[in-house]
Design a protein around this ligand. Structure first.
Ligand code: 13P
Ligand code: SF4
Length: 301
């Protein structure tokens, strides 16, 4: 029996479904039942009929799925696959900002720990942050943990006063404006598609800025034949599947997330077979982190 057949059999036996983010290894994306950006995966996790969710992604994704579906078993193929940015904000700073500004909303990028979510008013993803921030009644927005996404959204919602935090995604921060400029010089016909976790000077080169799903949809619907991609290179798998006649260039060679790449087919098989990697979230965290996640799903509709 092949590894893939073993996983298919175990899925039936354990009544499980596999969710995968676009940044995990190609062979894991290939066996997933649902694949998407962070917003799609959070939405799709709600209302699945299977008892068990295997989350091929990083810890904050598994945690969010568990918080939204407390009655389900959520398994992470690699429990050490964690997003460093998810930890890059301080509860003390949130409390300080709340004392300093009386009309403030703490807007928490979903790439965050359950603990940070607990202290926030609403969650967002790169796909819905603009819409949600615009719809909030508050004048002041404390955007955590990602400074780059916060600064990008601030340019789109000038009527709000933003307070930034200094978290970042090391994968996207490693892409420099010079890299994108050189890629554009080498491929002048190509459209430049950039994730908003990149810095503002990089975003200046973009023909399109959006989430991983947004980037894939844009390239798929574009009449152009060549694209420069500035996000984690796992997206190339779906881009090529959906657009076999188009050419994709990486803006640089550094766009690999080591944590997403920890998820392998063997680990998916092992967690299903052995019931390992169970995501545990305390009752208090489940209750308090659910509110900003539910508010996101409501406001993003
Ligand atoms: P999206 O897929 O929501 O664009 O998120 C990108 C990311 O960095 C996930 O870790
Ligand atoms: Fe975190 Fe960046 Fe990896 Fe996404 S790509 S999981 S934001 S480190």
């Amino acid at each position: 029996m092949t590894l893939v057949e073993e996983i298919q059999n175990l899925k039936k036996e354990k009544d499980a479904v596999i969710l995968a983010h676009y940044y995990v290894n190609d062979e894991v994306q290939a066996i997933a039942d649902y694949i998407g950006d962070s917003y799609y995966l959070a939405k799709v996790a709600v209302g699945l009929k299977e008892k068990t969710i295997v989350f091929a992604g990083v810890k904050f994704m598994g945690e969010s799925a568990k918080i939204l579906n407390p009655e389900k078993t959520v398994l992470m193929p690699d429990e050490k696959a964690d997003c460093p940015m998810a930890h890059m904000a301080e509860i003390e700073r949130i409390e300080e900002v709340r004392r300093e500004y009386d009309d403030v909303a703490v807007v928490c990028y979903i790439n965050s720990t359950a603990e940070l979510k607990m202290h926030s008013d609403v969650c967002v993803t790169s796909a819905n942050a603009m819409k949600i921030v615009k719809s909030l009644p508050n004048k002041n927005i404390f955007f955590i943990p990602d400074e780059n996404l916060g600064r990008y959204i601030a340019t789109k919602v000038p009527e709000k006063n933003f307070i930034f935090n200094d978290g970042y995604c090391h994968v996207h921060k490693n892409v420099t404006a010079d890299m994108v400029k050189r890629a554009k010089e080498a491929h002048p016909e190509a459209e430049v598609l950039i994730h908003p976790e990149c810095t503002l000077d990089v975003l200046e080169y973009a023909d399109y800025i959006g989430s991983t799903s947004g980037i894939i949809d844009y390239a798929t619907n574009s009449d152009k034949k060549e694209f420069i991609i500035s996000t984690e290179l796992g997206v190339l798998y779906q881009l090529k599947q959906k657009n076999p006649d188009k050419t994709f260039y990486a803006a640089g060679s550094v766009q690999i997330c080591p944590n997403m790449k920890k998820v392998t087919l063997e680990k998916v098989r092992d967690c299903l077979r052995d019931g390992t990697g169970i995501v545990e979230v305390s009752e208090e965290k489940k209750e308090m982190a659910l509110k900003p996640l539910q508010r996101m799903l409501e406001l993003a509709k």
